[in-house]
Design a protein around this ligand. Structure first.
Ligand code: CTP
Ligand code: MG
Length: 226
């Protein structure tokens, strides 16, 4: 049986590191919000059958976005943490053989080529986009001075999308949250459940808009994509 691919977009964060007047997913780049740029990638992809967006309770910005009336899109309420937001979205999946493609609202520069590389994966461990660490990595002591230099040869920076069987991911997140584990991405929940997700090398321009200086970079990369 062929699988159903459902995109989950956690968009319920407040963007505290961005220091803006609204959550970063609602900041405008090239005439569209970051969330709209991100959703466009998922709407246009023929293998993604629907898109579940987790938004904050009482979010006053989302209703202004006309794209959210698109027939592929469903809104659910987000949670206290990213993991809780993703779990709420997973609860809205009832399809047989569903796979969840979880992608941060704050990563609007994902390319179709990277997305397609990830969608080739079809085993129960799942996979994520990631990039090998290129900078020299230091571990600090509690004063902020260097304790040691880490061996970076097997270190990767996790990106999104992250792609897993929806039922396995739901179980893993549910258990992880119940055990009060720190879960900063879907792969970490799967790792705790005993899986070994594949690392698929992605592009460095798939940035997560996090701090004010990232906006100019996102604009530059999006200009090149258009
Ligand atoms: N997110 C979410 N629900 C939360 C927290 C985060 O859906 N409770 C989403 C964010 O909207 C974002 C993605 O998860 O698209 C990645 O999180 P991050 O970059 O940390 O965004 P924020 O939490 O909004 O930013 P910050 O940590 O700076 O406050
Ligand atoms: Mg956060």
């Amino acid at each position: 049986m062929s699988r159903t691919i459902i995109a989950i977009i956690p968009a319920a964060g407040v963007g505290s590191r961005m220091n803006a007047d609204r959550p970063k997913q609602y900041l405008t780049v090239l005439g569209k919000t970051i969330l709209e740029h991100t959703l466009r990638i998922m709407i246009d992809h023929p293998r993604i059958s629907r898109i579940i967006v987790a938004v904050g309770k009482d979010d006053p910005y989302v209703s202004a976005l006309s794209v959210l009336t698109h027939k592929k899109i469903q809104l659910v309420e987000g949670g206290e943490t990213r993991a809780a937001s993703v779990l709420n979205a997973l609860e809205a999946i009832s399809e047989e053989n569903a796979w969840a493609l979880v992608h941060d609202a704050a990563r609007p520069c994902l390319t179709e080529t990277d997305l397609n590389k990830l969608l080739e994966i079809n085993d129960e461990h799942g996979a994520i986009l990631a990039i090998p660490v290129t900078d020299t990595i230091k571990r600090s002591d509690e004063l902020g001075d260097i304790l040691t230099t880490e061996d970076r040869s097997q270190l990767w920076q996790a990106q999104t999308p992250q792609f897993f069987r929806a039922d396995l991911l739901k179980h893993a997140l549910d258990n992880g949250l119940k055990q009060h584990c720190v879960i900063t991405d879907e792969a970490s929940a799967m790792e705790l459940a005993g899986f070994r997700p594949h690392l698929i090398e992605g592009r460095r321009d798939n940035i997560k808009v996090t701090r004010p200086e990232d906006l100019a970079l996102a604009e530059f990369y999006l200009t090149r994509k258009i």
